[in-house]
Ligand binder design. Sequence first.
Ligand code: SF4
Length: 350
Amino acid sequence: MFSKKIVKVGNVAMGGKNKILVQSMLNKPSEDIAANVAQAKELEENGCEIIRISVPNNESVKTVFALKQALRIPVVADIHFDYRMAIESIYAGADKIRINPGNIEDKNQLKQIVDLCIEKNVPIRVGLNSGCIPKHILAKKGPTAEALVDATLECILTLNSFDFDNIVVSLKSSSVLQTIEAYTSISSKTDYPLHLGVTEAGTAETGIVKSSIGIGHLLLNGIGDTIRVALTGEPIEEVKTGINILKALNLKTGLDIISCPTCGRTKTNLIDITNRIKDKLMKTSVRDKDIKIAVMGCAVNGPGEARNVDFGIACGKHEGLIFKRGKIIKKVPEEELVMEFINIVLQETQ
Ligand code: SF4
């Protein structure tokens, strides 16, 4: 059920059988070039595959240009109301434009954006949110998933009327269930790549849960081509959560760490041990390898889990057994366990 159409966003292909792309949005003041470039580079280094930036004024167009010089991944300009910002962003090198056509009422202005997109082969994301359904649709359908779908189809038809087909679609709701309903419905009505997300999902505590359920449900049903986890927080957390959603669904390979929840039997500082191992390995190339690690607290499940993975630790009292592909290779005191384990994993996987 993946989208049938494929859209090229800069140097990446979105849709069809292409991999699901993880994206995030910068949250520094758009005019602050240095801060945005630094944040974008950090996101790129941590696996972000598309970066979006708000472009509300001419100063922020300069940031789009600077991002294009600094990054390898595509840059998307997010435009509301002022069509000139879309035009300028495309000239500055933006690889995709996100607009809500309903926010650009003058059809002539919208056509100018579309004509330049055709000339430069730049796609447009029709990006609707539950908060911006036009009044005439709200009056008929109320604030429902169906209204969101109707509003989105109306925007797509407007772009199609300008002979434009280079489209990505999103229709996010702050309700998980409404998001699922809306995307499920639109996936049977259009072939365009779908950008998934639950909008205004809140801080990490609630946002990660809402996004995982909403995005996860849709991806499991074969719906969606790119994802953005929206959190009131640092964009890096959005990227990490997006990657973890894909890994949990086997849609992305990479280091997988399983660890026990700890209990009264735990006789090491297992939480600290696990966090240090994760933090160190995620800064190495092991991060992107298809490797499974288990960090377990005691002899109940420890040896069993540690044996079934590439590398494992089964802790005892202030010490741990290190396993390599099913076999015990060392017993190490707790204070040396993290470094010894990391060294073994790196030696065996480089
Ligand atoms: S593996 Fe051992 S320490 Fe960890 S939760 Fe299970 S019983 Fe407790």
